[in-house]
Design a protein around this ligand. Structure first.
Ligand code: 6PG
Length: 245
């Protein structure tokens, strides 16, 4: 899909640091509150890596009906939750363990339950049970993008990009297993929001937004949700994207 012109309305460029964090924090809470007002509860799948950490820190300071939110992860490293690389550990330390969120509302990948394939299968079963459907329909999926154009743990030219018959799979990064939602599982979300900052992401972002580029090379291009697709950039990341609305 050509992401160019028609995407401008969903692209937001904000000054790096506190201004961007504050806008994203407020937008996430407003978005989730609207879902809770309508449905009674809301679901979110979190991004890992370093970029969202400051957003999670801001969320941890907010007044919110955390008991109405169920938290999942879009991807996870194949490590225990005590490991410094764990996305679960990062989100708990910076947000989830700092607010009144019931333990039952937090749904981490079972990274110590067996092989990576077994972990992915167990998480897929948990998603199927929670959403009562083969694919989850998250109210909101937060994603980052790597300098290579990957998102979640959907890395360039890996088999994970082509897995469409289930909601979870095992990704590969430099030969190491990573646990990830599949493209269809992400695209089935009501809303997907990317948070992309820093000049280092500019080359990949330009390819992601180009009229034509290889989605196997830039897997972020595969994220084309049936619902909303929102892009949050700081000025450094968005510098090459002309005609932003
Ligand atoms: C992970 C993330 C991954 C991340 C990108 C961007 O597990 O690392 O899910 O997809 O979002 O690699 O990472 P940064 O935000 O740290 O640049």
């Amino acid at each position: 899909m050509h992401l160019g012109q028609d995407m401008n309305k969903n692209m937001r460029v904000v000054a790096s640091g506190a201004p961007l964090v504050s806008e994203i924090d407020r937008w996430i809470r407003t978005h989730l509150q609207q879902v809770i007002d309508k449905n009674g509860t809301a679901t979110i799948a979190l991004a890992g890596g370093s970029t969202p950490k400051v957003v999670y820190q801001a969320l941890s300071k907010a007044e919110f009906a955390w008991d109405k939110l169920h938290v999942f992860w879009g991807d996870e490293r194949f490590v225990p939750s005590s490991h410094p690389d764990s996305n679960e550990k990062m989100a708990r330390e910076n947000w989830l363990d700092l607010v009144a969120m019931p333990a039952a509302n937090i749904h981490p990948w079972p990274t110590t339950a067996g092989t990576p394939e077994q972990c992915a299968e167990l998480y897929g079963a948990e998603l199927a049970k929670y959403f009562a459907a083969p694919q989850p329909s998250f109210d909101l999926v937060l994603l980052g993008m790597g300098e290579d154009g990957h998102t979640a743990s959907l890395f360039p030219h890996t088999a994970a990009l082509g897995v469409v018959d289930r909601s979870t799979t095992v990704g590969q990064k430099d030969g190491q297993p990573r646990l990830t939602l599949t493209v269809p599982a992400i695209n089935n979300a009501a809303c997907v929001a990317f948070i992309i900052t820093g000049a280092s992401k500019r080359p990949a972002l330009k390819q992601v937004m180009a009229a034509a580029a290889d989605s196997q090379e830039y897997p972020t291009r595969l994220i084309q949700p049936t619902g909303e697709l929102i892009w949050w950039f700081d000025e450094a990341a968005a510098a090459d994207l002309d005609n932003l609305g």
